[in-house]
Structures are given as C-alpha cells and as structure tokens.
Design a protein around this ligand. Structure first.
Ligand SMILES: Cc1cc2nc3c(=O)[nH]c(=O)nc-3n(C[C@H](O)[C@H](O)[C@H](O)COP(=O)(O)OP(=O)(O)OC[C@H]3O[C@@H](n4cnc5c(N)ncnc54)[C@H](O)[C@@H]3O)c2cc1C
Length: 448
C-alpha cells in the first residue's frame, strides 16, 4: 500500500500508524491531527486537574519526535473537513493552507465529542468540559489561577466521579449532580451505593435523579439551577458522557451503525472498502453479545487501532471484541466490572443468577485487610460465568481480580471452573481461596 492517511492522532490513530509502520517499512503514512496534541493520555486528565500529575506534558504516551522518527508524517493543527471516497482523497485545512491529499487507505480515528447538556448558560465562562487535552489544560489553568472554592460537577459516570475526586484533592467543595438514580450506572445500584458512600466520606455532596436546568452569572461566580434548587458556585465541570464523532464519515456517505458510531467489520473496515475506522468513532464488536455495541474506552481504542493499522497495509487482523471490562478509582475505592450485568444477560437470552459476597481481600490477621464486595453473574443452566463486579479498596487488587474474571469469561469458563484456577496466595495479598473463588463458591451455593 503506497499511502495510508490517518485522521486523528490520539489512542487509535497513533496505534494504527505505529502498527502500519511496523509491518510496512515503505508505506507513506500521514496523520492529520485537528489539535496540537499527538498521542497524549487523555485518561490522565483527572490527575492533571488534581495536581497529582504536575504538568500536561507528563501525559505524553510518546513525544512527537518518537513518532516522526519512525517515518510517520504528523500534521498537527490540520483538520480534515471532507473525504472524497471515489476520488480517494481527503481535504484538509491547516493553519496556512488547504490541500487535497490522496490516499490508498484511509483510517478514521476521530474519537468522540463530549456531550454538553442543552441548558441555557452552558457556554458561559467558568463552565468546562474534560474531554480533550485542550479541555484539560484549560481546566488546570483555571484551577491554578482562580483557586475556586465551590464547583459543581455534572455527570455521575466514571469521568464525573473522577473529576469530583480530583477537585476535592485541591480543597474544593464539590457538588456532584446526575440525572441517573445511582452513581456509576455501569455497575449495579447497590455497588454504586458503595461508591457514593466513598464520595460522601470524601466530602462530595451527591445529588442523583437531579438535572442541571440552567446556569446564570451570579453575584460572585455562577448560579446553577439543579433539580428544584439553586447552587452558587465558582465554576461547573461537565462530564456528562460522549457521542461518537462521525460527521466526517457520514458526510462522505459511510454507513453509520444503529449505535450511532461508524459501522465497521471486525477487520475495522467501514462500508467503503478503502476506509477503516477505529477507536471511539467506531462501533465495538461485543464478544459476548455477538453484535456491534459502542464502548468508548482507551483499551478498546488501542486494540482497534492496531487492527486497523495492520489491515491498512494488507494484513488480515481481526478485533477480538470487548466484553465491557472497566475500572475506576474514587478516593480509596476502586469499582470494576466485566461481562454482562443481569439485565444485559437476560436480554441476550441467558437466565442469569447473581450472588454477592463480601469477603476480606487478604487474611485479616495480616495488617491492612479490607472488604471486597464481589457480585458474580452466571447462567443458571450452564453455570457459564457471564459477569463480575467488584468494589473495594483500590490497593486490594480489585482491577487484577476483575481481569481474572474477564479472562475467564473470554475463554468461556463456568463458575465451577473458577474454583479450579491455580491462583496465587500469600496472607498479605489473598487467601488460599482467592476472594473471587470464594464468590464463585457462594454463587454455586445460591444456584444450588
Ligand atoms: C477524562 C477521561 C478519562 C478517561 N479514562 C479512561 C480510563 O481510565 N480507561 C479507559 O480505558 N478509557 C478512558 N477514557 C477514554 C479514552 O480516553 C478514549 O476512549 C480514547 O482516548 C479514545 O481514543 P480515540 O483515538 O478514539 O479518540 P480521541 O482521544 O477522542 O481523539 C480523537 C483524535 O482525532 C482528532 N480529530 C478529530 N476530528 C478530526 C478531524 N476532522 N481532522 C483531524 N483530526 C481530527 C483529534 O484532534 C484527536 O487527535 C477516558 C477519557 C476521558 C476524557
């Protein structure tokens, strides 16, 4: 393949470029990036806001020279504003000139855009999003310069709770508001309540089933109408979800899937055979449901990018799929999930049974033990493990334990199989039966 053009230079775009280069030393590879930031870890933005990460430059996965040093041409500040499929070129606008650039293979990695609630005042100064590097740098600058005392955070998903944690670390009084009845709707409500308790322990005021209605300039900052009341705050940070950025693809006549993201095969090829897509702009093959879904995550974006990069230079890679494995840390608690929750499992034709176990993360006689709450969801008939959720201390191996469950689910293991796994043990970190094996035993007890 002579020329691979990539639109987007974040997780998916950069991964695609590097993989294409690795497999094809002679292909010309050009990456167009609308902003000035190539290959930064946007997942680290909450930690830039809190100050745990000192400088935004520290978030670079790789620096620009490392990428260009591999013979990848990177055009920062160049937005692609049109794709001509039949003519196989893109139209770009840079700081000084516009151009038409021909491609043999095109990879769309345009990501997602942050949802801004459609309420009056959402454009006022002092209202921030936290999605792009530019957003993160602007928020950090405001926090450093303004030293706000009270901030409203909108959105009770994982980004909202990460922002709330970050602001509390700076000594800010935080109110967290969301329309959903619970915190973190990606986990079951009773586990979400554990996260809420941790937020409240940390001093965050949580308002659920409450919508942001309006923002107005106040006497000294902003006045936000939330639910039935009003809050006077110095600023508002919105983490209310994302939607796939598909404008370029749609305008080019590329099929958009029922999920709203770009329709792709498991080879990451779109409805136009010379155009691939990867990352948050593209659909995610769900390995358990056996159909496309949309799970915009850094983990998925990197894997899809690698597949797209490989296939753009003649490879035959297939995206393995996602099962919705995720973890988030809030103060001292980590909340993790993988696989299907009960409702999804039922909708997928399983007959799920769930059992919840509360157990120490390691032998309590060794200092520092804490409780893990583990929910196991499995199919009544076959015993097949369908999902797991864990909430506990972030240093209690919550994430690695969910990863064992994810591995078990992806390899089709049953709950009984979990008991046969040879897992490690020493009293400071586990028990002879690891907590997830104890949870498996109680599921077997419940299921009879
Ligand atoms: C605050 C925050 C925390 C997160 N934490 C986690 C986490 O802990 N774990 C996890 O797995 N995921 C996390 N994510 C999600 C993860 O960051 C995204 O899934 C991932 O960055 C998506 O990568 P992407 O390359 O698809 O798109 P994006 O990162 O959205 O990048 C899109 C790229 O396309 C460029 N672009 C867009 N349109 C054009 C155009 N027309 N022309 C040229 N360039 C264009 C942009 O400039 C950018 O370079 C987090 C996200 C945020 C915002």
């Amino acid at each position: 393949v002579a020329h691979v053009v990539i639109v987007g230079g974040s997780d998916a775009g950069t991964e695609a470029a590097l993989r294409a280069r690795e497999l094809d030393p002679s292909a010309e590879i050009t990456m167009f990036v609308a902003d000035e930031f190539v290959n930064y870890s946007v997942c680290g933005l909450p930690f830039l806001a809190s100050g745990e990460v000192a400088d935004w430059r520290d978030l670079a996965h790789r620096d620009l020279r490392e990428i260009t040093g591999r013979g990848i041409e990177v055009r920062l500040g160049h937005r692609v504003h049109a794709v001509a499929i039949d003519q196989q070129h893109v139209e770009t606008a840079g700081p000084t000139a516009s151009a038409k650039v021909a491609f043999d293979r095109l990879i769309l990695a345009t990501g997602a855009t942050a949802v801004r609630p459609a309420v009056p005042g959402i454009e006022l100064p002092g209202v921030f999003a936290l999605h792009s590097m530019g957003d993160g740098i602007a928020l950090r600058r405001w926090l450093d310069e303004r030293s706000p005392r009270r901030v409203l955070v909108v959105g009770t998903g994982y980004i909202g709770v990460e922002i709330a944690d970050a602001l509390v670390r700076r000594g800010i009084e935080v109110t967290l508001v969301g329309r959903a009845p619970t915190i973190l709707s990606s986990i079951d409500p009773d586990l979400g309540d554990l996260v809420r308790a941790e937020l409240e322990r940390g001093g965050v005021r949580c308002l659920t089933t409450a919508a942001l209605r309006r923002i107005e300039p106040g006497s000294d900052g902003l006045r936000a109408a939330v639910g039935d009341g009003h809050l006077d705050v110095d600023g508002v940070v919105v983490g209310a979800g994302v939607v796939p950025d598909v404008d370029l693809a749609r305008d080019a006549g590329i099929e958009i899937g029922a999920t709203g993201a770009i329709q792709v095969s498991r080879q990451m090829v779109t409805s136009a055979p010379a155009v691939l897509a990867a990352g948050d702009c593209a659909e995610t093959w769900h390995a358990m449901l056996g159909r496309p879904s949309w799970l915009p995550l850094g983990t998925t974006s990197h894997k899809q990018g690698r597949v797209a990069g490989e296939n753009a230079v003649g490879g035959e890679a297939t995206f393995g799929g996602s099962i919705g494995t995720q973890v988030v840390k809030v103060f001292n608690v980590a909340a993790a999930r993988t696989g299907l929750a009960d409702d999804d499992a039922r909708a997928a034709g399983f007959e799920p049974i769930a059992a919840t176990t509360v157990t120490p993360d390691h032998k309590p006689y060794y200092p520092g033990s804490s409780e893990l709450t583990i929910r196991v969801t499995a199919d009544r008939e076959s015993g097949r493990l369908l999902g797991m959720q864990i909430v506990g201390h972030w240093q209690a191996e919550v994430a690695k334990r969910i990863d064992v469950a994810a591995t078990a689910i992806q390899t089709g293991l049953s709950v009984a199989d979990l008991l046969r796994l040879d897992l490690s043990y020493t009293p400071p970190v586990s028990a002879p039966w690891d907590p997830i094996q104890q949870a498996a035993r109680s599921w077997l007890g419940t299921a009879g």
